[in-house]
Design a protein around this ligand. Structure first.
Ligand SMILES: [Zn+2]
Length: 305
């Protein structure tokens, strides 16, 4: 499953990564009241369990459940340390509760890490000659995940690779995380929409801005070029810190790949020294929207641990 604050998606996936059935439904979890955590958490868990039961009534009923979730998860315990958009779930043993109610083994991991595992096993990872891949998801915010020497890496407390919150400007825009100068304020879909609106006074969706850029609208082209350039700065920092050669980029904003890529390359050329530059390769995601759900399944099957 891939669970978000407003939608959730489930798929039945075999160990070869084939999607045998899939379904999606609205969740609206991020809009639930937070004054009574017990009631809210009961609403969230029963909606998830109901969706799982529905999937179990289909042919090839799942034997195990893997869930990608937007929050910090401590190791393989399935305990949510914190979930910024669903705060009632902080320190909540989500995997244990869902497992008890459904009778199935449940594995939960950060959604960005799941996407990295999916992309490593079934997408870009199959075409590279190294065993490490950093995956970046450009959506409303920016997520990240790392497969390091063949293993998913989530850090000591589950908070590694918060790629959207690495600092790319010493003094920059204020970010939703409370800090400022974060990559997310410059290279997410939200940043592109805001930047375009500031320049033109017009509120346009990211998809519309892609269309305008393809039609050579100067402002649309420049906001995408700027997003790509800042993303390249972020990747250069990761490359400097980790000495990893391959970076895959997915999420809605990556649909503008042909417009973003040259600016990402420009930033890498500017920010990396030449020996590093030759080793750093960027790739458009091959799994696209399926990266997270495929990775969640692989983690549940323990194929990726
Ligand atoms: Zn931030």
């Amino acid at each position: 499953m891939d669970i978000g604050g407003t939608n959730m998606r489930a798929a039945i996936i075999n160990s070869a990564g084939e999607i045998l059935a899939q379904d999606r439904q609205p969740s609206h979890f991020s809009e639930l009241p937070i004054d009574d955590p017990q009631v809210t958490n009961k609403t969230i868990t029963s909606q998830i369990c109901h969706f799982i039961t529905k999937m179990c009534s289909k042919p090839n009923a799942p034997q195990q459940v893997g869930i990608g979730f937007p929050g910090f998860i401590r190791g393989t315990t399935g305990v949510l340390l914190s979930s910024p958009n669903m705060p009632t779930l902080n320190n909540f043993p989500l995997a244990e509760v869902i497992s008890r109610e459904t009778g199935l083994a449940v594995t939960i991991q950060n959604d960005g890490l799941c996407a990295a595992v999916g992309e490593y096993h079934f997408g870009v990872g199959r075409c590279i000659d190294e065993s490490s891949l950093l995956h970046i998801t450009l959506g409303t915010g920016i997520g990240g995940g790392l497969v390091l020497q063949g293993k998913p890496y989530s850090g000591e407390t589950g908070m590694a690779l918060e790629f959207g919150h690495i600092k790319i400007e010493a003094t920059g825009l204020v970010c939703g995380c409370g800090s400022s100068g974060c990559l997310e304020t410059r290279a997410s879909a939200t940043a592109v929409i805001n930047n375009y609106q500031q320049r033109t006074g017009l509120k346009r969706q990211a998809k519309e801005i892609f269309g305008l850029a393809r039609d050579a609208d100067k402002n649309a082209l420049e906001v995408l070029q700027q997003a790509g350039w800042f993303l390249g700065c972020g990747i250069a920092q990761a490359a400097t810190l980790l000495d990893i050669g391959h970076y895959s980029i997915g999420g809605g904003l990556a649909n503008a790949w042909l417009l973003l890529e040259p600016s990402i390359q420009n930033a890498l050329g500017e920010k990396l020294f030449s020996a590093q530059r030759a080793q750093v390769h960027i790739h458009h995601s091959q799994c696209l929207d399926d990266a997270g759900i495929l990775g969640a399944a692989m983690l549940a099957l323990k194929c990726a641990i």
